[in-house]
Design a protein around this ligand. Structure first.
Ligand code: GLY
Ligand code: MN
Length: 446
């Protein structure tokens, strides 16, 4: 089955696609997106940014998800659109922003439901962008702007991995009768720093994702037992996310029991949980495009063995060592090789490497083989240059782990943290069990 995007879309079986389109997302006020576009323009130094919406997914079972930067700048959740943001120059040109929408296709709309286009009444209010034009006008507008200010051709910023962006650059060359497309720059280098610090509305959406994910993790504590499949656990958690208004998981749920607990991104979820296993459950959802990212590790039968508890407490101790070391504006996250003395990774690694031993009397540091954490936002792994300095308004994970295949024991504990305005850390997942005793109590329904 193909996806609903070609000229022949009307011939396709698209009932599923109809169900997938147009999820009602909680949007921030239009003024917030407008301010973000102005902030982007302020970085452009007289240049222009052109961003394209995400295309329809190739597979019909995949719901549409907007391009992250496009959503950040517009809150617009439809495919086929483009955004042009043009900074004022020192001459007569003022700031401009235009949202380009594709021409409506009434045949496709019998499957997808009605869409807005540039001619729709009230479209400017509905989109919140200063001007809305048909997509066909994008090369025309770009040609006119470059014609009026030839330096603009060397100051264009777009998504370098976007096929429509490449096509636009080539066609723009054609509109000037030249054979070399203008040298486009990577717009994500401009949007990344803007997205790193979250505003209050974004934090509110992340909290909603977090609260729904906490509820699902609580359901997991009740549901894990020997004889239950990993996939059934993922399914129960998915139901809770949906009941809480989330649109999807923030990443493929990881329910790894026994030996699977030692595979970092195990997501087959195809094994049946057995007595004596530990189960790593790294699963969280997305609320209105904003992610949560939570991991808890539980004993299948409700009681950690002495060895499982020892490893659990070392991982929890490493997370606490990172929390204790935190200083806003100085501490860094995701220092993969533990080289930067300001990184929280070093604090966590030193803890793990000086507590406990493997079966051969060796330190445990080598059994932790990933970064300590990452930014969270519209992407579960929000873009950043790592190791990244942690400042007020940032949201990130602290997720140490120890994975010993020889013992079939993997433990990861992951919480999302907000750096408060006062520089203090706020654990967004504080309502979930953290200690081994709390985990066991939650599995007894306490
Ligand atoms: N939760 C998956 C990861 O952070 O890689
Ligand atoms: Mn994570």
């Amino acid at each position: 089955m193909g996806s609903v995007k070609g000229w022949a879309a009307g011939l396709l079986l698209a009932g599923l696609a109809a169900a997938c389109m147009g999820q009602a997302l909680t949007k921030q006020p239009a003024s917030v997106y407008h301010a973000r576009r102005m902030a982007l323009a302020a970085e452009l130094k007289g240049g222009a940014a052109i961003l394209f919406a995400a295309e329809e997914p190739v597979l019909d079972f995949m719901p549409y998800r907007q391009n992250e930067d496009f959503y950040y700048l517009t809150g617009w959740n439809e495919p086929g659109a483009a955004l042009l943001v043009v900074a004022a120059n020192e001459h007569e040109r003022g700031y401009r922003e235009i949202l380009f929408l594709p021409t409506r296709n009434l045949r496709t709309e019998t499957y997808t439901g009605p869409k807005l286009d540039a001619e729709s009444p009230g479209v400017t209010t509905a989109t919140g962008v200063d001007a809305v034009e048909p997509m066909a006008m994008l090369p025309v507008e770009l040609n006119r702007m470059i014609d009026a200010d030839r330096r603009l051709a060397g100051n264009l910023w777009t998504q370098l991995d976007s096929a429509p962006a490449r096509a636009l650059m080539s066609f723009t060359a054609a509109t000037f009768g030249v054979d070399q497309p203008p040298p486009a720059h990577d717009v994500t280098t401009m949007t990344m720093p803007l997205r790193e610090v979250k505003d209050e509305g974004e934090v509110d959406l992340i909290r909603k994702a977090s609260d729904a994910s906490i509820a699902a993790q609580r359901e997991m504590f009740r549901a894990v037992k020997p004889g239950v499949t990993e996939r059934a656990i993922a399914g129960k958690m998915t139901a809770v996310w949906m009941e809480h208004g989330c649109e999807r998981p923030a990443y493929a749920p990881i329910v790894g029991s026994g030996i699977n607990s030692t595979t970092l991104h195990y997501s087959n979820n195809s094994r049946t949980i057995e007595d004596g296993d530990v189960v790593v459950v790294d699963a969280a959802c997305e609320f209105s495009m904003y992610a949560s990212d939570i991991t808890r590790t539980v004993p299948a039968n409700g009681h950690f063995t002495a060895r499982q508890r020892e490893i659990y407490e070392i991982v929890l101790g490493a997370q606490q060592a990172a929390i204790d070391a935190f200083v806003a504006g100085k501490s860094k996250i995701n220092d993969y090789y533990h080289k930067d003395p300001d990184s929280l990774d070093v604090a966590a690694y030193n803890y793990i490497n000086t507590h406990g031993k493997d079966l051969h009397g060796q330190p445990l540091g080598k059994y932790w083989m990933h970064g300590l954490g990452h930014m969270v936002g519209i992407d579960v792994h929000d873009p950043a240059v790592y190791p990244a300095v942690l400042k007020p308004g940032m949201v990130f994970t602290i997720e140490p782990g120890v994975y010993i295949p020889e013992e079939k024991i993997g433990v990861r504990i992951e919480c999302d943290f907000l750096v408060g305005a006062d520089g203090k850390l706020i654990d967004l997942d504080a309502a979930l069990p953290h200690t081994a005793d709390e985990v066991e109590a939650a599995m007894r329904g306490k």
